[in-house]
Design a protein around this ligand. Structure first.
Ligand SMILES: [Zn+2]
Ligand SMILES: [Zn+2]
Length: 345
């Protein structure tokens, strides 16, 4: 199968899921007026505002440079709060493309400290302050080592911080401070005005501790796997979740990677992650309203392999995809994605 065919099938599969899930969006996009209903005695029920919004900023896998799928990063908006989960390569660029001011992100949750999940943090920290006018501290939650990493970043950029804070622009000092939280054990890490973030341990092989996160707000929920192989703990924490966002790797893609990893390295990578067939079994057991890939190749093969074990609603790993979680779960493809996909062919 050529890559072109694979992409076409992928688009078809995703489009099928998309159309099945979001007839209202399709109708709206096509300019179709909403269906008229006969008057009744009961007052109309006002549509509930969507209570959780998720934007997949970067859905790529691992440290390799990937121009179609940027580094791991997911934004969740709920209750007027913006929460960023991981900050991989290109996260700040994707924020700009999604129309989200960089300075408006002041809360970051890290799944683990692999560089592909944190490498854009200096940009968020420094540019969110200097160009984004963030005037409040950057709050960062993550596994042991997070506090050290953030304080070392401040040391590394001491010159820029000093000049812009004390000498030249005199930007507010609060905006370039960091409040770091090393998460010592799993549990609720943020509970504020009905918005709850729960960290739970996942199984990233020898790379630990590694966390996944669940966000609950207004009776809606989303769970982010972080990097993990099949995790019973994740399945426990995912009970009743609306949207499950899970990672996957493609062993065949690993074997044909340009840098030709050795069989031992390939085996180690596979042992740290989840294959699409395995992810399908996780999706089947959790039965979310929508299963979504992120930190996974955006290919027809991943979707097809998932289909050997899971028949429910499924969305591939697509940068800048927005997921609205309310009465319906609705996905919105970013206009840039068409450009990204056409360049990938
Ligand atoms: Zn990773
Ligand atoms: Zn990792």
């Amino acid at each position: 199968m050529t890559k072109h065919h694979a992409s076409a099938i992928g688009v078809f599969l995703v489009a099928q899921v998309f159309a099945a899930l979001v007839p209202n969006l399709v109708a709206r996009a096509a300019g179709v007026p909403p269906a008229q209903t006969a008057p009744s005695a009961a007052p109309p029920i006002a549509p509930q505002p969507e209570s959780l919004k998720v934007v997949l900023l970067g859905t790529g896998v691992g440290p390799m440079v990937n121009q179609e799928q940027y580094g791991a990063s997911i934004l969740v908006e709920a209750g007027g709060q913006r929460l960023l989960f991981d900050c991989g390569r290109g996260a700040t660029l994707r924020l700009a493309q999604a129309g989200i001011p960089i300075g408006s992100v002041s809360r970051v949750f890290l799944t683990h400290l692999h560089s592909d999940h944190v490498i854009q943090l200096p940009d968020l920290l420094l540019v969110g302050w200097a160009a984004g006018r963030r005037a409040v501290p950057l709050a960062v939650w993550g596994p042991a080592g997070t506090r050290d990493m953030m304080s070392h970043l401040q040391q590394a950029f001491a010159f820029d911080i000093h000049v812009r804070r004390d000498v030249d622009e005199h930007f507010p000092a609060a905006g370039i401070t960091v409040v770091s939280h090393d998460i010592k054990e799993e549990g609720v890490v943020l509970d504020e005005n009905g918005l709850r973030v729960t960290a739970f341990l996942v199984d990233h092989g020898v790379v630990g501790p590694a966390f996944g996160y669940r966000v609950d707000y207004g009776g809606r929920s989303v769970l982010l796997s972080g990097d993990t192989r099949v995790s019973e703990n994740l399945i426990r924490h995912a009970r009743g979740v609306d949207v499950l966002i899970h990672e996957a790797i493609d062993p065949e893609m690993l074997r044909t990677r340009p840098d030709r990893p050795s069989p031992a390295i390939i085996d180690a990578i596979i042992a740290h992650h989840t294959t699409p067939e395995q992810a399908g079994t996780v999706f089947r057991r959790v039965a979310p309203r929508l299963a979504v890939y992120s930190h996974a190749p955006n290919t027809a093969r991943v979707l097809a392999q998932t289909r050997t074990t899971y028949r429910g609603p499924l969305q591939g790993a697509e940068d800048l995809l927005t997921i609205h979680i309310g009465n319906e779960v609705r996905v919105e493809h970013h206009p840039l994605q068409a450009l990204i996909a056409s360049k990938a062919r």
